[in-house]
Design a protein around this ligand. Structure first.
Ligand SMILES: C[S@@+](CC[C@H](N)C(=O)[O-])C[C@H]1O[C@@H](n2cnc3c(N)ncnc32)[C@H](O)[C@@H]1O
Length: 301
């Protein structure tokens, strides 16, 4: 574990950045191979010291962006040059380098001037992605950085369909990118974009391997939770039992209670393992102002 917690430059919805200190304190000290079947933005692996990393997510675009960033770590100067070319071409704000937003716009739209300024260029870039350069990881990454909630979202016809966000390419993005590049540069990494069932199939493990799992949560609402159901949950819990039988260390992040719902399947299953309470700071309040989320880390060590 590094001293300073790194945040993934994907700023992924629901990333573990704010919980990383707590989680890292509960992870094994020595890790040979690190497995993360639901890697998302990657904040967790960025804070793990292992000999080898096996990262997976069934979102192909997300994995393509990771692959692209890992390759870019060999030449960050070229990466930033290419970013700048696109940002300039589409006349997007670039507060990491200079402030080009007119004072009059800032005065008129005190809290939303980034969105107002970037809307036109962002929409042109989105058209360009949908028409010509589908799935170009650099363009998708830039859309993510300027987009609403910093997400990737496609409609049924495969078109990127998020609106512009009130954010831009700022110093935090550059710092997170540099942190990512520094970290991945000398690491052995294998990436895949499979369903978790295929990812686990026929895998061989050795002593000191560690599997960290942060799947979609059955009872919370999020874009990537939509296709997660009782069957997926049951399959996953069964696969984790298999890991345990093989003597492999695992840690599973999850939520047992959320705004009046509870995950009985999980609550029953976790009785055979250790449960650590995680103090989460997601904004989720009932009318009485009481937080209604219980987040846990379940481990077999
Ligand atoms: C809670 S997020 C992980 C967030 C991650 N810990 C982070 O810090 O960014 C869950 C991830 O699981 C992925 N996912 C959803 N269903 C999946 C499946 N069947 N197989 C593999 N990955 C899946 C989603 O794309 C999403 O990125």
């Amino acid at each position: 574990m590094q001293n300073k917690i790194k945040r993934s430059p994907l700023f992924y919805v629901g990333d573990k950045y704010k919980l990383m200190k707590q989680l890292a304190g509960l992870f094994p000290q020595e890790v040979d191979n690190f497995y993360e079947p639901f890697v998302g933005g990657g904040t967790v692996f960025l804070n793990i010291n292992a000999n080898k990393y096996y990262l997976n997510d069934n979102d192909k675009n997300l994995i393509n962006i990771h692959r692209f960033l890992i390759n870019s770590a060999n030449n960050p100067t070229l990466f930033f040059k290419n970013v700048e070319k696109i940002i300039k071409k589409y006349h997007l704000s670039r507060s990491y380098k200079e402030d080009i937003i007119p004072v009059s716009l800032k005065k008129e739209w005190k809290k939303t001037y980034f969105a107002k300024f970037n809307k036109e260029g962002y929409e042109k870039l989105r058209v360009c992605v949908n028409k010509h350069i589908k799935n170009d990881p650099l363009i998708l990454y830039i859309l993510l950085i300027y987009g609403f909630n910093r997400m990737l979202r496609f409609n049924g016809g495969g078109k990127f369909n998020l609106p512009v966000g009130n954010v831009d390419f700022n110093k935090n993005v550059v710092n997170a990118l540099n942190g990512y590049f520094d970290f991945v540069q000398d690491k052995k990494m294998t990436l895949s974009s499979k369903d978790f069932r295929a990812y686990f199939a026929n895998r061989k493990y050795s002593k000191n391997d560690f599997v960290y799992l942060d799947p979609p949560y059955l009872i919370t609402a999020s874009e990537y939770n939509k296709r997660w159901d009782q069957k997926a949950e049951a399959d996953l819990l069964g696969m984790i039992d298999d890991l345990d039988k093989k003597g492999i260390k695992f840690a599973l992040s999850n939520v047992t209670h959320y705004n009046g719902s509870k995950n009985d399947l999980l609550i029953d299953w976790m009785k055979k393992y250790k449960t650590h309470k995680i103090e989460s700071n997601y904004i989720s309040y009932h009318n009485n102002g009481k937080k209604q989320i219980k987040e846990v880390l379940i481990t077999n060590y």
